[in-house]
Design a protein around this ligand. Sequence first.
Ligand SMILES: Cc1cc2nc3c(=O)[nH]c(=O)nc-3n(C[C@H](O)[C@H](O)[C@H](O)COP(=O)(O)OP(=O)(O)OC[C@H]3O[C@@H](n4cnc5c(N)ncnc54)[C@H](O)[C@@H]3O)c2cc1C
Length: 458
Amino acid sequence: MGDTTEAPRLGTLIIGNCQAGVQLASTLRELGDTDPITLVGEEPHAPYQRPPLSKAFLKGEATADSLAFRTHDFYREHSIELVPRERIFRIIRNADGGVATAESGRTFAFARLALTTGAVPRTIPFEGSELEGVSYLRTATEATVLEQQLREARNVVVVGGGFIGLEVAAGARSAGKNVTVLEAAPRLVGRAVSEQTSEFYLQAHRRRGIRVVLNAQVVRFVGEHDRVTGVELGSRDDEGPGEIVAADVVLIGVGVAPRTELAVQLGLEVENGIVVDSRALASDGLTVAAGDCANMPNPSIGDFGAGRIRLESVQNAVEQAKVAAATLLGLPAEHRTVPWFWSDQADLKLQIAGLSGGHDRVVLRGDPDTEKFSVLYYRDGRLIAADCINSPLDFMAVKNALHKGLSVAADVVSDTTVPLKKLFAAVEAADAGRAAPSPVPVVLPAVPVPIPAGSPAA
Ligand SMILES: Cc1cc2nc3c(=O)[nH]c(=O)nc-3n(C[C@H](O)[C@H](O)[C@H](O)COP(=O)(O)OP(=O)(O)OC[C@H]3O[C@@H](n4cnc5c(N)ncnc54)[C@H](O)[C@@H]3O)c2cc1C
């Protein structure tokens, strides 16, 4: 009698068990995949949400457990094998599958492979970076240390005026700390928002008592007994040494770099992330990648940036992971959603809809002094994005409009007496050749839509 023992059925190996990895696994099951799914990650925790790490977590209002996406029962019930504390360092693959090896020596055979490896904070190799009290913030482990340090600190310095740095700065200030933000560029959050939004945040944080230094040149971190005590700045007038800003805690938040080491090893195309097509497929035509590690075409940016972009947001990770799951199962799917993002800084809620890259016009809607306003971005006469500060209705209206491909003329959106939703509804009605639901002053879209003769709007 021959050997009737069957080889174990191979399934999907997902490397990286956070936002994108968990979504990918869940979507595979939702789409009816019954093959094994293994979700491997190097962190010790069950997969958890990162955004609260710079918000509720630092106030002591959350833990890695309370931020978990799913219960252990969920993974068990869906036959998703969760493997924490394993860092994959080598993958060997061919067209039929392959084997990934962890640093512990454990191996994971797979038929299908997904990379959801995310990103790591960019580091600054300054003298004193190793001092206790100098930290980065990406993981729950780092957030736990930072939370303890912040509790005991009087003077907090944040290097980098991006979203995460400003969120931490705002939280520390609300807790009564002396907070200084050191930004190397001439404005805050310069990579992501317009000058108007940057200027608003500069003034808003200064009003709340945060010292913000723009064009700051960090020279080194200084300390005593291995603990940080200050941050030395470059001399502004080339006369004598620069200022030393007192610090018990320094958070460095100067952006992240995509984790592409496994992709490089696999010979995949990598350029500011793992280069994938709109189905999340990497250059080998076999491996999928999603989330912060992936550089994907995005219809929202048009030709700007060669039509592709790497984004760092929850919504992006979720949407790309859904597409990647479908692609692994051979189902048609394409990434076409409108990007959106949020940032909570003290009582200021920023919501961004769309991508503003390549904009050639900016329109202010509302008064920044009220801390409730929006900035709308146009390119070639069409609305492409909006930053909405404490203006959730504007955000929802723009997000829905962009989703439907609607635009509205730049010269009417600054009138806050007319809800944006109403303007878009009028455009949509005109577009469909129907009458507008209710009269609105000026309803012409930025790019003229054909209005059939006889229509009341014509
Ligand atoms: C403090 C903070 C605040 C944020 N706030 C917001 C916000 O307000 N709004 C928003 O939209 N987004 C926010 N983000 C961004 C958002 O969290 C990320 O975009 C999202 O987590 C990306 O998910 P991901 O799965 O692609 O990557 P990640 O979350 O980075 O997960 C990747 C995982 O893969 C693991 N991994 C990588 N390589 C290996 C390997 N070789 N072996 C094993 N495991 C590996 C990593 O350890 C990590 O756990 C924030 C991020 C941080 C850090």
